[in-house]
Design a protein around this ligand. Structure first.
Ligand SMILES: CCCCC/C=C\C/C=C\CC/C=C/CC(=O)SCCNC(=O)CCNC(=O)[C@H](O)C(C)(C)COP(=O)(O)OP(=O)(O)OC[C@H]1O[C@@H](n2cnc3c(N)ncnc32)[C@H](O)[C@@H]1OP(=O)(O)O
Length: 189
């Protein structure tokens, strides 16, 4: 419902994002090496589940945030912490990222994080997006996106930051960047 409201009010959404784009250099400098969980509600089930096989050195990260693994601040924070933990374990050489949700790898940025929120919240959210792709793109592990469902926009970004991508062969699954259709201008990075 909130997504539909946000899509109906494109100008509000793009306005907020273009506000952030005007201080993109500031954002770049603000990316911190460690994300501190700020709004994590520990009563909710984890959005990320990691299985690490010591014998192969390969970890599988299951994204399990119903319904569509949208990239909320909480989700991104958990994901980054999980990647950091694996990075610190030198026996972990490879990381496979996949979805535990049916038909969707990730729906991209959580629209509800950007609609009707304060500039401060949008700033924190955008930093967490940057942190996610920087962490994956710069990882020492071999990273693979096992794309077992649709992966628009931020979901595509996440997959692109991995070293390899394998996508399930299903014509119903889409992948690509659609932010101009949504009226979003991706800021400089
Ligand atoms: C290599 C280095 C490069 C570095 C570059 C750095 C930066 C680059 C900058 C930007 C690039 C990335 C930009 C990202 C922008 C975004 O991600 S904006 C989000 C765009 N996402 C979408 O438009 C996806 C919209 N959703 C869908 O298409 C479909 O929902 C789906 C994912 C294909 C699933 O379809 P399905 O039929 O199974 O489910 P529903 O459509 O019924 O949805 C179920 C439920 O989920 C809600 N929902 C869907 N998507 C989102 C979302 N993105 N955020 C929040 N909520 C979402 C939907 O509203 C439904 O909820 P309900 O109505 O309450 O049931």
């Amino acid at each position: 419902m909130a997504l539909r409201a946000a899509l109906r009010s494109r100008s509000g959404l793009s306005g907020l994002l273009s506000q952030r784009s005007s201080c993109s250099s500031d954002i770049r400098m603000c990316v911190s090496p460690l994300l501190v969980p700020q709004e994590r509600n520990y009563s909710t089930p984890p959005k990320i589940r990691v299985e690490f096989d010591q014998s192969t050195g390969v970890a599988v990260m299951h994204m399990q945030s119903p319904p569509v693994n949208s990239l909320s601040l909480d989700f991104l924070t958990e994901l980054c912490i999980s990647v950091e933990k694996l990075e610190m374990d030198k026996s972990c050489r490879g990381l496979i990222i996949t979805s535990a949700q049916p038909k969707v790898f990730s729906a991209g940025l959580d629209i509800t994080e950007m609609y009707g929120k304060s500039p401060e919240h949008c700033g924190a959210f955008w930093r967490s997006v940057q942190e996610m792709w920087l962490k994956l793109y710069g990882s020492n592990m071999v990273t693979i996106a096992a794309i077992n469902g649709s992966s628009p926009a931020g979901g595509c970004l996440m997959a692109m930051t991995c070293d390899y991508r394998i996508m399930a062969d299903n014509p119903r699954y889409n992948i690509g960047l659609n932010e101009t259709q949504l009226g979003i201008v991706a800021p400089f990075w």
